[in-house]
Design a protein around this ligand. Structure first.
Ligand code: SAH
Length: 207
């Protein structure tokens, strides 16, 4: 699988049917998802690994991991409508790629998720715009689950996120700035496409 093929495959992922404002449902654009996952793949973080996708939505990040050879991906999402699109996406990808790894869907609020362990957490969580501090709750849960994390947050929270990693004994390996188009998805946005600055973080627990 090349990076280009990955981006093309991810562009076929079905998006949220009626994205819910209160859950901050914003898909990671396929090219951004492909970029983020490819960097992880090149560092050996995906192939043969067990990976958790927190706030999985319609599955673009976790499905990208499956296409890059993950052994198993656990999708955690609380919204049933998003999960039904995710299931559709998983069915299609399993038809197209017979060798794909194992999948599991956990229908749960991330903040009350029980004990789960994985080699890697990938997440583009809600940014905390509608539900204050949910971004922090997702990141804290991610650090419970895994020693390696790829996570996306609004660039304006960079200092806060860096401090959170460091105070939990995690080292930031890389922090890439990306532009996130919020495409007409959220009702209260007046402009058709609004860009927000997002940082994609790669971090690992200090050994
Ligand atoms: N990871 C997906 C979706 C990002 S949008 C992608 O990259 O495209 C954030 C997702 O988190 C939404 O699907 C939303 O329903 C989900 N979400 C929000 N709060 C949640 C919570 N407390 N527990 C579980 N999922 C949550």
């Amino acid at each position: 699988m090349s990076k280009k093929t990955l981006a093309i495959e991810l562009s076929k992922i079905k998006r949220f049917d009626g994205p819910k404002d209160e859950l901050e449902q914003h898909i990671t654009e396929p090219d951004i998802a492909a970029q983020a996952l490819w960097a992880a793949h090149m560092n050996g973080l995906i192939k043969e690994k067990t990976i958790v996708d927190l706030g999985a939505g319609t599955g673009v990040l976790g499905i990208g991991c499956l296409l890059l050879g993950a052994k198993k991906v656990i999708f955690v999402e609380k919204d049933l409508e998003a999960i039904s699109v995710l299931e559709e996406n998983l069915l299609r990808i399993k038809e197209d790629y017979e060798e794909i790894g194992e999948t599991e869907i956990i229908t749960k609020d991330v903040t009350v998720l029980g004990r789960v362990q994985a080699d890697l957490v990938v997440q583009n969580p809600p940014f905390g715009t509608r539900n204050a501090h949910i971004d922090k709750a997702f990141l804290e849960k991610a650090m419970e689950i895994s020693d390696v994390i790829i996570t996306m947050h609004k660039t304006e929270t960079d200092q806060f996120i860096r401090n959170l990693f460091e105070s939990n004994n995690f080292k930031v390996l890389q922090a890439d700035k990306v532009f996130f188009p919020l495409r007409m998805t959220l009702k209260h946005h007046r402009k058709k496409t609004e860009h927000i600055r997002v940082t994609c973080w790669y971090a690992r627990r200090n050994s």
